[in-house]
Design a protein. Structure first.
Length: 267
């Protein structure tokens, strides 16, 4: 029997990419899903597919940058399903701009609000219910949450903030039976790079990476699902990233070079 059968799971950023594929994965295993994002049509279509795959699905329009919206998301989950077992903080937005070339900093507030504060807001309101179910928290970070890279300065800051917050929360929740799993993907095929904020504060509209060479969102979701099932502490994806983090301890300048090259080549 699947670990996820009958579990109630909130997935933020569920309208595309990793969030969508994770929803499909758990729906196929009989989970009850609350799909959160800002695009109602996409969420509705994904909910229909989740139901066709054997799961339950409920759509809640949510802008995680708004604290009250995150509160409403959790309240609606409890009203609909009566419990909460898993919270996946997946909603995120990226950037592609050198810091000293930004027109202003106002757009950077959006990155911190969605990536960091959104995760913190959702987690705060979910915690009483997760403590009751001895549930699971999953934070979808990025390799930039482990090491900084050019053109991603504020994005990296938001992901480092996530890492610090959830690493601390893991210790706080240890005696309550709530696990915290941090996920650090590399390049994954998704819309995140096409929606990334450029120097003018607007979305780029197209990806800066070689998407065809990136990990598929489906493959990424499978790794996340397995890590969540086993309540793993963290998962760093790709062998190159694991090697890079080890090398950072002994040759940090080389890792800086590797990170810069990865951004420049988009792979």
């Amino acid at each position: 029997m699947s670990v996820f059968k009958g579990l109630v799971c909130i997935i933020t950023g569920a309208s595309s990419g990793i969030g969508r594929e994770l929803a499909y994965t758990w729906a196929s295993q009989g989970a009850s899903l609350v799909l959160a994002a800002r695009n109602e049509k996409r969420l509705t279509d994904i909910a229909k597919e989740c139901k066709a795959r054997g799961g339950q699905a409920h759509v809640v329009l949510t802008d995680v940058a708004e604290q009250e919206a995150c509160k409403h998301l959790v309240e609606e989950t409890i009203r609909t399903f009566g419990r909460l077992d898993i919270l996946v903080n997946n909603a995120g937005i990226s950037m592609y701009a050198l810091f000293d070339e930004l027109d202003d900093l106002s757009a950077m507030d959006k990155i911190m609000k969605i990536n960091f504060y959104g995760s913190m807001y959702c987690t705060f309101y979910a915690l009483p219910h997760l403590k009751a179910s001895k549930g699971r928290i999953v934070g979808i970070s990025s390799l930039t949450g482990k090491t900084g890279v050019p053109t991603r300065s504020v994005y990296a800051a938001s992901k480092h903030a996530m890492a610090g917050f959830f690493d601390s929360l893991r210790l706080e929740m240890r005696d309550h039976g709530v696990s915290v799993t941090m996920i650090y993907p590399g390049f994954v095929q998704s819309e995140v790079r096409s929606r990334a904020i450029g120097t003018d504060g607007q979305s780029l509209g197209s990806s800066t990476a070689q998407e065809e060479k990136a990990m598929t969102a489906e493959a990424c979701a499978q790794i996340i699902s397995k890590a969540t099932a086993h309540r793993k502490r963290e998962v760093v994806m790709t062998a190159r990233a694991k090697l890079g983090l080890w090398m950072k301890l002994i040759a940090p300048a080389l890792v800086d070079f590797m990170a810069a090259k990865a951004i420049k080549t988009g792979k």
